[in-house]
Structure formats: C-alpha cells, structure tokens
Write a protein that binds this ligand. Structure first.
Ligand code: SF4
Length: 235
C-alpha cells in the first residue's frame, strides 16, 4: 500500500483504524503538564517551549502559588519571576511573555483567558499550537495540536504531505470528527515520543505497522526495534 494510491474513503477508514489502535494503546491520555485553570495551562505551555514537561511541572507549583491571576503576572517583579522560571531555559524571553500575557489579558480580556483561537493567538508568547493545547485541555474545545511529533506521524501515516502546521491541522482535521481532535493529538504525540521516533522509528515493535505506509522507515527486526521503544513518562 502506498498513501498516494489510496482512495479518499480508504484513507479515512485507515486513519480511523489507526485512531482505534491508538486508543487501545494509550487509553488514558492527558497533557503531561500539571495545571488547575486555563491561565495555569497557558503559563505552563509557554514555559514548556524548548524544555521538558517534567521540568515545567517542577517549577509551576511555587509559581502558581505566587502568581494566581493575570493581574499578578502583569505586575510581576521581573527579577523575581526570572529567578522562579530560570530552570526552564530562555527565562528572559519567557518572563517577557508572561508579563506581557498578564497585561494583555487584563487590558483586553478582563483578566480572563479567552476561549477562542483567534483571540488566544493575539497574546504574547501564544502561537497556534499553544492556543490549541489550551482550547482542547482547559476548555474542552476540540483542537489539533501540531507539534513536531504530530506533523511527523501524520506524514508517515500519509494523512498529509505538508510541513506547514496550519495545513497539517486542516488535512488531519478533515479525516476525523471534531470530538476526536484533542485526544488524537495527545495519542499521536505519545506514540511519537515512545515508538515512532524521528531518527529510528521502532517499526518492528509498532502495533500500527500493518496500517502504516511508512513501515520499514526504522528497523523491522522485533528485537532491534524493541530496544528503541522508550517508556514514559516523558517530555
Ligand atoms: S510502523 Fe514505523 S513509521 Fe509507522 S507508525 Fe510504526 S514506528 Fe512509525
């Protein structure tokens, strides 16, 4: 099977089969960032750029106890905030984003995180990916989060040929009902982190092998492939 020779109906069927397999494989999905409100998730997601969720989760309990509202971030003492988030890297830029975020939320959205993609992407430090994470996980509004794992797996599955995140979002979104978007995003990312790695995907140990047109991109020998599989928790 090649993705190119496949009819649209067959593509949709295969995509949904892959999703069913992923549901069996990863029944419990959630973001690996800890948060208790949309604002906390927004802050945690901004902090997660270029670092691991584990590192962010180490920093956020103290941070969230000290900064509870958008107004708290708007009025933050820069040096204090920088120190608190220093271990997440790029802390000066992230501090700018968090203070700017607090100010923008207070000035334009009454201090609340707006539940709309078009509003979220106008906030400092918030791109489409972050906005979709927040919509899907804090507001329960379906969103497709195209990060590096999601894009790579979507291309390997033949769901898209694009490397443009907006186009990937559109192409994949058209294959699934909206209600599936958020959990599908988590599952693809989880599979990318654990099995379908960028350099050497563990094809010989992958339960999606028979549904995947890219089977063989990584070692197919089960023993070799099994050694490539990474256990969570991640990120
Ligand atoms: S068969 Fe290989 S390329 Fe396809 S999803 Fe599995 S690990 Fe990735």
């Amino acid at each position: 099977m090649t993705a190119a020779s496949e009819s649209r109906t067959a593509l949709v069927r295969r995509a949904r089969r892959i999703n069913r397999e992923l549901i069996e494989l990863y029944p419990e999905v959630h973001t690996e960032l800890n948060f208790g409100s949309p604002l906390e998730l927004l802050v945690a997601t901004i902090l997660s750029a270029q670092t691991t969720d584990i590192r962010v989760n180490l920093v956020t309990p103290t941070l969230f106890a000290r900064y509870r509202t958008a107004a708290d971030y708007a009025a933050a003492d820069r040096a204090e905030l920088e120190k608190m988030i220093q271990s997440t890297g790029f802390f000066r830029a992230k501090t700018n984003s968090l203070i700017g975020l607090g100010q923008a939320l207070c000035e334009r959205f009454g201090g609340e995180v707006p539940p709309r993609l078009s509003d979220l992407v106008t906030l400092p430090g918030v791109g489409r990916k972050t906005a979709n994470v927040v919509l899907g996980n804090a507001f329960g509004i379906p969103g497709i989060t195209v990060d590096t794992h999601f894009g790579r797996l979507a291309r390997r599955f033949g769901w898209t040929t694009s490397t443009d995140p907006v186009k990937v979002e559109e192409d994949v979104g058209s294959l699934f009902p909206r209600k599936d978007w958020t959990d599908l995003s988590h599952r693809l990312i989880w599979h990318g982190r654990r099995v379908c790695h960028s350099r050497r995907p563990a094809c010989g140990a992958c339960t999606l092998a028979r549904l995947c047109p890219s089977y063989g991109e990584g070692p197919t020998d089960p023993v070799v492939a099994a050694k490539l599989v990474k256990a969570g928790p991640f990120s």
